[in-house]
Design a protein around this ligand. Structure first.
Ligand code: GLN
Length: 308
């Protein structure tokens, strides 16, 4: 026990405040209570998480304590921790998030893994060759920009064009900020667009997307964090949940060149339906992959035809 604690047991140190908040959050059913407390405190103190442990007996000033308490209150009222601290990590990116964009989920990182794997298998052997074609990719419903910015960060040498599209001008604003924040502005372009409606046949080599896929009737069952604080346009996939996916697939089969890749995230119970939708002769080599929880989450396919 530290001397400070003995002399002044009422002092709000990092250690005490984290312990107190963990049990406060736990009683109120807040997810990951200890992590959440740490994230809020690092935000108020403008430090990294490791710094909390390096200075465990640091007392909070009155203003830090007030600021922290206000955040704790908002968190118990259902405001996502990412909105309170203003950011979310996604792969190698630190992304600004607010209520204009979906908070990138860990399971969406897997979609990038599969796309990078397929690009590596199918294209990287030519990457050193100056005549190798560079690829043109579009991320549909880009939101924070998580998917297209990850491709820019992790596989830029494969692409001649990386475009993030969203129907929401507010989302495009966030994505542009995220490109700047992550030093990727010169490699990615963002445009307001209803799915792929501005593209012509054969314009693209890769379509990647985490489209809205929740059936409208299930929206009311979502956690309050999601339902009240995240944009409906990023979640609601129409009556079947598959309406946007269906439209996107119809457009993708036209705007992709033969051999081009279609890669999307889907809902945990949509695997069989989406694979079935891709069973037409227009698509080949369909793959269905699971997330870390064993749920169907990612579908990939190639547009049929001879690779030009
Ligand atoms: N996975 C998200 C959720 O469960 C939904 C994302 C989406 O509709 N694309 O909240």
């Amino acid at each position: 026990m530290g001397a400070t604690e003995v002399k002044n047991p009422e002092l709000w140190t990092t250690k005490r405040i984290l312990e107190w908040t963990r049990s406060y959050f736990e009683e109120r059913g807040v997810d990951s209570p200890r992590l959440c407390a740490e994230l809020l405190l690092t935000h108020v103190l403008s430090v990294e998480r490791v710094d909390l442990y390096l200075d465990y007996e640091r007392p909070l000033s009155l203003s830090e304590r007030d600021q922290y308490k206000a955040l704790v209150k908002m968190r118990t009222e259902g405001v996502p921790v990412q909105h309170l601290i203003g950011s979310q990590a996604f792969r190698y990116l630190d992304l600004i998030v607010n209520s204009n964009v979906l908070i990138p989920r860990p399971e969406t990182e897997i979609l990038v893994d599969h796309v990078l794997r397929v690009l590596d298998e199918e294209f990287s052997s030519n990457a050193g060759d100056t005549d190798a074609p560079l690829l043109r990719a579009a991320d549909v419903g880009t939101g924070s920009g998580a998917l297209i910015l990850s491709l820019a960060k992790e596989a830029k040498f494969l692409f001649s064009s990386l475009v993030g599209l969203d129907i929401s001008a507010d989302a495009i604003g966030v994505a542009i900020e995220n490109a700047e924040r992550n030093g990727l502005s010169d490699r990615v372009e963002f445009r307001e667009s209803d799915l792929l409606s501005d593209y012509s046949p054969g314009d693209l080599d890769l379509v990647i997307s985490n489209p809205p896929y929740i059936p409208t009737a299930d929206i009311s069952e979502l956690d309050i964090e999601v339902r009240k604080h995240e944009p409906m346009s990023a979640l609601d996939g129409g009556a079947t949940g598959l309406e946007i996916i269906e439209r996107l697939m119809d457009q993708a089969v036209t705007v992709l060149r033969s051999g081009g890749i279609f890669a999307i995230e889907i809902g945990f119970d949509q695997g069989p339906a989406v694979v079935d939708m891709l069973s037409s002769p227009s698509w080949v080599r369909t793959e269905l992959h699971q997330d870390l929880g064993g749920m169907d989450r990612v579908v990939l396919a190639r547009k049929a035809g001879t690779v030009e």
